[in-house]
Ligand binder design. Structure first.
Ligand code: NAI
Length: 267
């Protein structure tokens, strides 16, 4: 028996990166997968690849900034496969140009990121929960970020929006646990998805590697496998948690790499 045999999953932002990995892994382990993305061509390609591999999948246009679009994707999933067992609220945006420090942040960008990164999680859950109750339970998984826990010189809205995702995850878990609905989040550190590879200069990648406890970068499948675990009944007693998948980047005293360098110099 496969790990998520027969479960029906909707993934937002499933055409690329973390969502794409989760879609492929869930389908490989027996789930019927709906890939929602505003890159509909990419979503269709992802679904076709799953089908070519012997899995079951469908694609739908989804704009995570719009309530009616999220509802339409949930309705489509239930029409297509009869139920909804796994909701992966994964879409999230960042903007290095406008999401700045608190004095200089563009306030429209603050609203946009709160809407796409946090409200879409609320809405995806809101529309999925009645179907999950009807199905006798389900698993909601949200993509947070390590930016929820550690501050940066810019990206104030991103960090606040992801911290809200962490807490919303607990509220959903507390409110619907008695309906056999679990809700957990995954908080990735830097993950080399196409977006990250294209946008982050090599010096910055090296800097991240230096501060990881492990000596390599994270990949989309590192998050995809965590999502698979949280979607499966293997995690049936885990709820309200945010699992940090970050290579030990935030594990130690932040001065440790510099301290080690000093020790090497014999100082
Ligand atoms: P990605 O850019 O590879 O994939 C994101 C997907 O979401 C794309 O297919 C895009 O078309 C889709 N999308 C974007 N806005 C959308 C919208 N409004 N409606 C529907 N679809 C939309 O990104 P990645 O890296 O896989 O990120 C996924 C999640 O992981 C995000 O929530 C991000 O904040 C989070 N994350 C990523 C990290 C990383 O290092 N890659 C680190 C921490 C969190």
């Amino acid at each position: 028996m496969s790990r998520v045999e027969g479960k029906v999953a909707l993934i937002t932002g499933g055409a690329s990166g973390i969502g794409l990995s989760a879609a492929a892994l869930l389908a490989k382990e027996g789930a019927k997968v709906v890939i929602g993305d505003f890159n509909i061509e990419g979503a269709k390609e992802a679904a076709e690849a799953i089908i070519a591999d012997g899995g079951e999948a469908a694609a739908i246009f989804l704009d995570a900034s719009k309530e009616e679009s999220i509802k339409a994707a949930v309705d489509f999933t239930v029409d297509q496969y009869g139920t909804l067992n796994v909701m992966f609220n994964n879409v999230g945006l960042t903007n290095l140009q406008k999401d700045l420090d608190v004095v200089n942040i563009d306030l429209e960008e603050w609203d946009r990121l709160m809407n796409v990164n946090t409200k879409s999680v609320l809405l995806g859950s809101r529309f999925a929960i009645p179907h999950m109750i009807e199905a006798g339970g389900g698993s909601i998984i949200n993509t947070a970020s390590m930016s929820a826990f550690a501050a940066d010189s810019i990206r104030s809205a991103y960090g606040a929006s992801k911290a809200a995702v962490v807490n919303l995850t607990k509220y959903i878990a507390a409110q619907y646990g008695k309906n056999n609905i679990r809700c957990n989040a995954v908080a990735p550190g830097l993950i080399l998805t196409p977006a990250a590879k294209n946008n982050i200069p090599p010096q910055v990648l090296d800097m991240f590697e230096k501060y990881n406890a492990l000596s390599y970068h994270g990949e989309a499948d590192d998050i995809g496998y965590t999502v698979l675990f949280l979607a499966s009944d293997e995690s049936k007693f885990i709820t309200g948690q945010t699992i940090q998948v970050e290579g030990g980047h935030y594990l130690s005293n932040p001065t440790m790499p510099d301290f080690n360098a000093l020790m090497k110099q014999g100082k």
